[in-house]
Design a protein around this ligand. Structure first.
Ligand SMILES: [Zn+2]
Length: 425
């Protein structure tokens, strides 16, 4: 593909960039996501998929476009398994206190979040909770090539119970009782959602309370109704009670979670229920508590305490053999920092290689896309990220967006910062 210089300056390329039939990408090193590290790799991409991975100077069909990224390390495109792409901050108002916006305006603004995800090396997201079908619309527009963004798997509107909340009311479909839950699940899936998201406990933003919301019977009904229609369900729980019942009910993934008991962790490992701890999310809130969110006094201390318990739980989960996946819980100006979660994964005891897998192969398996995503190997979608440094020696080569220099999604170059040398961007 020919890169228009003007667009290259913008860092993100328009979706109309012409697609060459065959492209060869030279990488100093390739971490292929299947356990191999290949020096002087040449990835041959045909249309939107990887045709083969060679080394050195392989013979190439005439007309092949060669992209020389031999200064960089290639990794599979990252998957962020917990995001909120429609939560957009204009830099002026306080997030959550903005005046209501028309869904079309939200969709327009959210494209900036999409661009930041790509610049962080994230080529696929699972987006969990959005109002008015904006996530569904964005997923479809990305798939149609009308907007540039990561591939999206979306939940539509999350299921919540009725409870009094301080304004503004959270986004959610209020359902109480087994019948309403079943109807809610069917409604969400009928709207076109890939996943169902259920809020199994309180907690969110500066609120780190852990009260269970839906009962076990309601969770079980949601899980069964979701699975009956061939979809998967994610259960949000800040605390141990909601986590225990969500796992017992057979959820496919558990989001957030501190203080999860050993028996529940053992069951998660046994039943292959994925854990998305979203640790960095609360660190992000601490960093923006005063300047952006204007959280009340005491919020930062509560968040810090929650992080500690979240970290302890993730460490126990890792030891128990639970499959842990990267989810940033990105909101507002947290977009772009999506991969910072991987630094926490190294802190809890993962090797950098394991951490990378949590954002590639493991995440692809969570999505049921393990034959298409999460590896740079023949037959896989050509999602390739070129980073500065060696991510297997130091995870910050991936986790810090300034180290991400070039991104290809399904055979198209969507980020190119290879010409800049000052590292600012
Ligand atoms: Zn979330």
């Amino acid at each position: 593909m020919r890169i228009a210089p003007l667009l290259a300056i913008l860092g993100v390329l328009a979706s109309s960039t012409a697609l060459a039939a065959t492209t060869a990408i030279k990488l100093g090193k390739l971490v292929d996501g299947q356990g191999k590290v290949i020096s002087n790799a040449v990835v041959i991409v045909e249309d939107d998929r990887v045709a083969r991975v060679a080394t050195g100077n392989p013979p190439l069909p005439s007309g092949t476009e060669v992209i020389d990224l031999s200064r960089y390390t290639g990794i599979p495109g990252l998957i962020d398994a917990h995001t909120h792409i429609t939560y957009f901050w204009d830099g002026v108002t306080t997030p959550r206190s903005e005046p209501p916006r028309h869904p079309a305006v939200v969709a327009s603004f959210a494209q900036e979040n999409a661009r930041k995800a790509l610049e962080a090396g994230v080529t696929t997201i699972r987006d969990l909770n959005a109002a008015s079908g904006v996530d569904l619309a964005m997923r479809d527009l990305v798939n149609m090539g009308r907007i540039v963004g990561p591939r999206m798997f979306v939940s539509g509107t999350a299921l919540r119970i009725t409870r009094s909340t301080a304004p503004p009311a959270p986004i959610g479909l209020m359902v109480d009782g087994v019948d309403a839950v079943i109807r809610g699940v069917r409604q969400v899936i009928a709207s076109g959602a890939d996943w169902v998201k259920m809020h199994g406990s309180t907690g969110g933003f500066d609120d780190v309370t852990q009260f269970q919301t839906f009962t076990f019977e309601e969770m079980k009904a949601a899980v069964d109704a979701t699975h009956a229609l061939g979809r998967k369900i994610a259960v949000h729980s800040y605390g141990p009670a909601g986590a225990r019942d969500g796992v017992r009910a057979g959820a496919d993934s558990l989001e957030h979670g501190a203080d999860i008991d050993d028996e529940t962790l053992a069951q998660m490992a046994r039943r292959r229920i994925y854990y998305i701890p979203t640790i960095d999310h609360n660190q992000y809130y601490i960093e923006n508590a005063d300047s952006v969110y204007h959280f009340p006094p005491g919020a930062k201390e509560r968040l810090r305490d929650y992080i500690q318990r979240n970290v302890d739980t993730a460490r126990k989960a890792l030891r128990a053999g639970v499959r842990i996946v990267m989810g940033s819980d990105a909101v507002y100006n947290g977009w772009g920092l999506n991969a910072r979660e991987l630094e926490w994964f190294v802190k809890i005891g993962m090797t950098p290689e394991q951490a990378l897998k949590a954002a590639t192969t493991e995440a692809a398996a969570l999505l049921g896309m393990e034959k298409n995503l999460g590896a740079v190997a023949p037959g896989f979608l050509a999602d390739i990220v070129a980073v500065e440094g060696d991510p297997l020696a130091d995870i910050t080569a991936v986790s810090r967006p300034e180290h991400v220099r070039w991104v290809m999604k399904a055979g198209r170059v969507v980020v190119d910062k290879t010409t800049r040398t000052d590292g600012t961007n």
